[in-house]
Design a protein around this ligand. Structure first.
Ligand code: ATP
Length: 252
């Protein structure tokens, strides 16, 4: 049931965004991918989602080669992409019903799942009957998350799930992700929100300069809680001289 990635590389123009990356995310893990802006986290997830074509490397999900068993693999994959494309002319409820149909949920199943997700996640239930085009960023994000999880995928990929959510919604999402974890599911998340990452991650990956600079458990990453997650990340990524930038002109 794992995600297995071997030798994944991607070049955009002259930039070697991903260089020969190999990674296994095992069932039961909540693997959080961290790294500075533009380091390739979304590109990495989009390769797994088949939205970006890697230059080389192989991706295996549930022991099946992604490209040879696309339909089967995709039926068992749920994803929130960074740009979270929804259908703007649909209402939120219509969009979720549309997604339920794509995944061949029965009408009863769809109704039960959609209404329970709405009750759990949405305070502004009335808006779900208005067109998505008028939604706030956070509201769109919630619809995107609900759509990703509606068919109970074994592999769940979430790109920046917390961005744009208010603290209440973010905390509800933390609880949802933690409860969703089980020994048959793999969860891979890209996020800058270390506060929430610390609450959900079992494993951490840090991308930098095309490579996985760190790949291991959250416990190891924080040295059994000796370091806060942001300290651990700063130590890995922040060169000492970058704190000495001359900004005196701004402060006087
Ligand atoms: N379709 C594309 N064409 C050209 N360059 C691209 C394309 N997609 C991404 N890139 C470049 O690849 C690099 C990695 O981008 P990516 O969005 O994967 O980074 P990221 O780690 O997700 O960033 P952020 O944390 O800011 O969301 C960036 O330099 C970006 O400009």
């Amino acid at each position: 049931m794992s995600i297995e990635i071997n030798g994944l590389s991607k070049v955009f123009g002259k930039k070697h965004v991903l260089q020969d990356i190999s990674l296994t995310v095992a069932p039961g893990q909540i693997y959080c991918l961290l790294g500075k802006n533009g380091v390739g986290k979304s590109t990495f997830l989009n390769c797994i989602l088949d939205m970006v074509k890697p230059d080389s490397g192989s991706i295996t999900l549930f022991g099946k080669d992604y490209h040879k068993h696309q339909l089967e693999v995709k039926q068992n994959l749920g994803a929130l992409c960074e740009d979270n494309p929804l259908i703007e002319e649909f209402t939120g409820v219509d969009y979720l019903n549309f997604v339920a149909k794509l995944y061949r949920l029965s009408p009863d199943e769809a109704e039960e799942r959609i209404s329970s997700l709405i009750n759990y996640f949405f305070t502004d239930k009335e808006s779900l009957h208005k067109n998505v085009a008028g939604y706030s960023t956070g509201m769109k994000k919630k619809v995107g998350v609900a759509a990703a999880m509606l068919h109970k995928p074994q592999v769940l990929l979430l790109d920046e799930p917390f961005t744009g959510l208010d603290p209440i919604a973010a905390q509800l999402l933390v609880q949802l992700i933690r409860s969703y974890r089980n020994p048959n599911r793999v969860i891979l998340i890209s996020s800058h929100d270390l506060n929430y990452v610390e609450k959900i991650a079992t494993h951490i990956g840090v991308l930098n300069d095309g490579h996985l600079l760190y790949n291991g458990s959250l416990q190891e990453f924080t040295m059994n809680g000796e370091h806060l997650i942001d300290q651990a990340l700063f130590q890995l990524l922040l060169p000492p001289q970058s704190t000495e930038t001359k900004l005196d002109w701004m402060f006087t």
